[in-house]
Design a binder for this molecule. Sequence first.
Ligand code: GLU
Length: 416
Amino acid sequence: MAELNPFKIAQAQLDEAAEILGLDNGTRNLLRWPMRELVVHIPVRMDNGEVKVFEAYRVQYNDARGPTKGGLRFHPAETVDTVRALAAWMTWKTSVVDIPLGGGKGGVVCNPKEMSEGELERLARAYMRAIAHFIGPDIDVPAPDVYTTPQIMAWMADEYSVMRGYNVPGIITGKPLPVGGSLGRHDATARGGIFTVRESAKLLGIDLKSATYAIQGFGNAGQYAATLYKELLGGGKLIAVSDSRGGVFNRDGMDPAKLVEHKLSTGRVENFTNSEPISNEKLLELDVDILFPSALENAITDKNVGNVKAKVICELANGPTTPEADKVLYEKGLFVIPDFLANAGGVTVSYFEQVQNNTNFYWPIDEVYTKLDEKMTRAFHAVYEMHKSKKVNMRVAAYLVSISRVAEAMKLRGWV
Ligand code: GLU
């Protein structure tokens, strides 16, 4: 279905904002497409001795505000259009939190769940060799995303450093601490999202200590959202969680830390003590105060949006709501913290990691947390003020804030 192509969705969202901002055609057309794209086919020797060829991408969407930045996905359903959409959203993400970077994204079509550690390492290194001439600390800097880990970042940083002949930690972020990672990067996406929930609740008059919440998707962002909600917001009741295999539900609440432990030891959330099963679909329709879509694109669509009831939807995933569904959420008066604002904490601490790598001076954890809070809180309120003053939904407001900054940089540079 054309309307569920994430890149078409990203372009439609851009068009709507460009219309409101009255952007000229040159600016609009440049922002509708990635500036540069690389497609590679990489051979990897598998454990059975055969060579398998993987298709992979790196897209540099726009670098008007600084070097492109964005994660790298290992996923069987990856397509060039998904990577383009994600690269566009990275451009708006770095702009909305006002860090001096552009947007990019990468992807490898593969199923890491079916690969051995050795195969994953060979794939990670081969991908880095294939794109090394296209990226660089001052050009384009990858990071983790769906199914890529700090260990994968470490292999890639090593491969690049071997090619250059010296250590280049700034080539990639989300690295483990001993090889130039930043304190606070591991839970930064969720932490940033929780800060935006805190700010929303103040404005909407929601008592977060007694509020209920549900999480769809239990990867890095979802797991840390579960535990950080309790830690930073002082309570709350986690009533449902799901991953790609299924979900668990308990109206009286579940212990977030124990759920994470269960997921890490069994590889799934199913069969958690004192819980009943719930499907991903039903979870999204629960009557909860805060819903965290934290999995993949197109979770809330025209098919289920009529039944969505959460008061606040904090989009930790990229692109979880389709444009049709967005309109309905707005009409229903549900409050959406849009993806590229809600999940901007990850790239914000990635930026801090780059700064630390480039200066070779590392910050204490409190400095990371304080600076992250400042960035997220300021970005949230800039978007909220736009939402109020222009009477548009929060997503369009976030687009207006971000795109006007990118457009201004392009104009100042004389591109348009
Ligand atoms: N993959 C994350 C995102 O979608 C982080 C990107 C980064 O740290 O550069 O925002």
